[in-house]
Design a protein around this ligand. Structure first.
Ligand code: GLY
Length: 356
């Protein structure tokens, strides 16, 4: 199965190519069509180079990846390494790895020589369906995550689902949470299709997996094209993609982004909270609430966590939003497949509703 998506809105020129077992020919084609290619690669997937012709001549920087690489220290170190390998305005930076490396690599490409071409080759499900798409990048500071970064679109995103075969189930599930998020916010039919096919996604049946990845990216593309810089506050706002993320991020912060809670697990709980609120505020029917809940349970996505109503979580949300009047914006649902931007909901009201 071979699928291609082109972003075609003003200012965004990016192609996404999805094909199983394509990595060797895609890397060779990039090398053959560009004069200077520098790879930034996660050490875990370094063996992909062994398949490539003349791999001993490749210019690359290999890193052990964890959240700690998203720092000024690594940014500066990698920029120096890339510069020492020799770089000009026609050079291409190819980043092969998960979302963490993509975030760092995207920021480096956008700032080196005021911007060199970027190709992303995401190797986890989460990065294939979400973080590689849309041009957000960044590093963390002591003030918080992703506070320094740019919007910078890659020229090309290459997705080879074969990379997923070596990932633990928990990591697949983490990416699946973003796939189901895309269905819930925008496409009821896709949600119903996931209900019928999710088991085959977890078995990594490639034709089903490729379809889920493709569909998921098409949905994200709609929001990125309409609102690349996240300025709108309506149903087309890119912020809609943050469905479940307000509570999800607060939980991740509470757990200090450690391995006890993956991003997907945190946003699953966050999505269940946003879904429950949509029901309690009379926007969503009980039937849809139960459909979503049952889908999560059937697929092993967590729907709750003992810390989710902890006072600290609300304090984190409050602090994170830096608001003065205790109000937050949330993404809520009218139906499965129909979401909206709800501004200025009082946090105390939310607390009360959730405790009822
Ligand atoms: N993951 C949300 C966004 O890219 O806007």
């Amino acid at each position: 199965m071979n699928k291609k998506i082109n972003f075609a809105s003003k200012g965004i020129k990016c192609s996404v190519e999805i094909e199983v077992h394509s990595i060797k020919k895609k890397i060779e084609s990039i090398i053959n069509t560009n004069s200077n290619v520098i790879f930034l690669i996660d050490k875990k997937v370094l063996n992909v180079f062994k398949k490539v012709k003349n791999y001993k001549n490749l210019k690359y920087i290999a890193l052990n990846c964890s959240e700690k690489i998203k720092s000024f220290q690594y940014y500066s170190m990698i920029c120096s390494k890339v510069l020492s390998l020799g770089v000009d305005r026609k050079s291409v930076l190819v980043v092969i790895g998960g979302g963490t490396l993509g975030d760092l690599g995207g920021f480096i490409a956008s700032t080196l020589l005021r911007g060199i071409d970027l190709v992303l080759i995401p190797t986890t499900l989460l990065s294939q369906v979400d973080s590689s798409i849309g041009g957000k990048n960044g590093i963390n500071t002591s003030f918080g995550k992703n506070l320094v970064g740019t919007f910078y679109q890659p020229k090309l995103i290459i997705i080879d689902p074969y990379f997923l075969s070596s990932l633990p189930k928990r990591e697949i599930l983490s990416g699946y949470a973003e796939i189901v998020k895309h269905a819930i916010i925008y496409d009821q039919k896709f949600f119903d299709w996931l209900n019928r096919n999710s088991k085959d996604i977890f078995k990594l049946k490639y034709h089903v997996l490729c379809k889920a990845i493709h569909k998921s990216i098409l949905i994200k593309k709609i929001y990125v094209e309409k609102d690349e810089k996240e300025k709108l506050k309506n149903k087309y706002s890119r912020a809609i993609l943050n469905f479940g993320h307000t509570f999800g991020h607060a939980l991740e912060t509470y757990y200090n982004y450690n391995k006890r809670l993956t991003h997907g697990e945190a946003i699953s709980i966050g999505m269940m909270i946003a879904t429950t609120l949509s029901y309690k505020l009379n926007y969503l029917s009980f039937k849809d609430l139960i459909k979503i809940k049952n889908h999560f349970i059937a697929n092993g996505l967590p729907i709750e966590n003992k810390e989710m109503y902890n006072k600290k979580i609300f304090e984190i949300i409050y602090k994170d939003k830096k608001n003065t009047d205790n109000k937050i914006n949330l993404i809520l649902l009218k139906n499965i497949g129909k979401s909206f931007f709800k501004p200025n909901i009082n946090l105390n009201k939310i607390k009360k509703l959730l405790n009822k």
